[in-house]
Design a protein around this ligand. Structure first.
Ligand SMILES: NC(=O)c1ccc[n+]([C@@H]2O[C@H](COP(=O)([O-])OP(=O)(O)OC[C@H]3O[C@@H](n4cnc5c(N)ncnc54)[C@H](OP(=O)(O)O)[C@@H]3O)[C@@H](O)[C@H]2O)c1
Length: 358
């Protein structure tokens, strides 16, 4: 096996012995997912689950994002975020998306998941954003994986994604080795800008990725052109980021009632309306909305229940949104309207001449 140090080789020998004791063949080592996936019986009943096409493993169609929201500085209040994670998990959520680029988000996830005793039942989707000392150098990727595992308190990451396709050729090759070695279970690539989808699409069309992560919402439908059809053709799972357009969608429906027909698909809130539209696309595996607010989390995880819209209903939902003023200008509204975050990411973005450390 490639890239295995002596310590890792010993771990693998004991994994083989453990499998033998369980009556499983060593062929199971070729499918690292067999070694650790959450027991289905631990999930509440009647959730909307979607299969990961490569393996058939089912995951709940609503996950949790952590960009900005889970980036809290030491000493800042964080109990509300642990509550967000508890409500998410109790409601049947399992997929949590993060990145080393999200400040201290990985640390928060590792901390809360351990405190709540759910660390090994989560499906952790993380990312790698590195270049290297020279072209093709993956030493930074190796360091970043090790650091992420330490921060998340995990020995295996369920899904590792090339963040924003940075250094994709090198990182994907390295992730293939990690997958063979059981350090990760699935590999993927993520982006949130439709202007980069022409660079994402070939990876999906070639079937190289287990997962692609893209932005897809009622207001940003560019993924329908190439990414979603290619994902269906090649059996690539799709994780959807920015499902609420960073809260801008809520801004345009503020004070507006849901249309009456929302009841037909079990939607009680705008959040559930936006999410069910996304996860009902046949190519979509799960959406990963982010929140700092336990009530919003309860709302979002509610989209895991009840009927999903069919094609006719999806068209009706979209037609309704197109009657709402400013729907065609969502992208021009500033992100996270009325909200502020006070974590490492914000600190890193401070203007140089502002001086004072925050
Ligand atoms: N790979 C990439 O390039 C990339 C890029 C962007 C995002 N992502 C991933 O995708 C995740 C989601 O995207 P995002 O965080 O950018 O934006 P988002 O999920 O579209 O929007 C998050 C915002 O929506 C608000 N919100 C959430 N639920 C709500 C509800 N039920 N009612 C009212 N407001 C609600 C939140 O405010 P409150 O805190 O007040 O609820 C938060 O400000 C990220 O966290 C990250 O994991 C990946």
């Amino acid at each position: 096996m490639k890239n295995l140090g002596r310590a890792q080789a010993i771990v693998d020998i004991s994994r083989r012995n453990a499998l033998k004791a369980l009556g499983l063949s060593t062929a199971a080592l070729a499918v690292p997912g067999l070694l650790r996936s959450p027991p289905a019986s631990a999930l509440p009943a009647d959730l909307i689950m979607k299969p990961v096409p490569r393996t058939g493993e089912e995951v709940p169609a609503i996950g949790l994002g952590t960009h900005m929201t889970f980036d809290v500085k030491p000493g800042q209040p964080r109990d509300h975020l642990r509550e967000v994670m508890k409500i998410f998990f109790d409601g049947g959520g399992r997929v949590i998306d993060t990145s080393p680029l999200y400040g201290l988000a990985e640390v928060s996830i590792g901390d809360f998941a351990t405190a709540l005793g759910i660390a090994n039942q989560l499906f952790i989707a993380d990312k790698i954003w590195v270049t290297g000392e020279w072209l093709g150098d993956d030493s930074h990727a190796q360091l970043q994986l090790r650091r992420s595992m330490e921060r998340l308190w995990r020995e295996q990451i369920d899904l590792m994604q090339v963040h924003s396709l940075v250094n994709a050729r090198t990182v994907i090759r390295t992730m293939q080795d990690w997958k063979n070695d059981g350090k990760i279970r699935y590999l993927g690539a993520s982006h949130h800008l439709p202007s980069y989808y022409h660079l994402m699409a070939p990876w999906v069309e070639k079937g190289t990725l287990d997962f692609t992560q893209v932005r897809y919402s009622m207001a940003t439908r560019a993924a329908e052109e190439r990414i979603l059809p290619a994902a269906l053709d090649t059996g690539t799972a799709v994780m959807v980021n920015m499902p609420f357009e960073k809260a801008r969608l809520f801004q345009i429906v503020k004070g507006r009632p849901l249309p009456d027909f929302a009841g037909e698909i079990g939607c009680e809130t705008w959040g559930q309306f936006f999410l069910k539209w996304i996860i009902s696309h046949p190519a979509v595996t799960c959406a990963i909305p982010a929140t700092t607010n336990p009530k919003h989390q309860a709302d979002n995880i509610g989209a895991l229940k009840g009927p999903l819209p069919d094609k006719a209903m999806r068209d009706r939902m979209l037609a309704h949104m197109q009657t709402i003023p400013d729907f065609d200008k969502v992208a021009k509204i500033p992100a996270y309207p009325g909200k502020s975050f006070d974590g490492v990411v914000k600190r890193g973005r401070r203007k140089p001449d502002k001086g004072k450390q925050r």
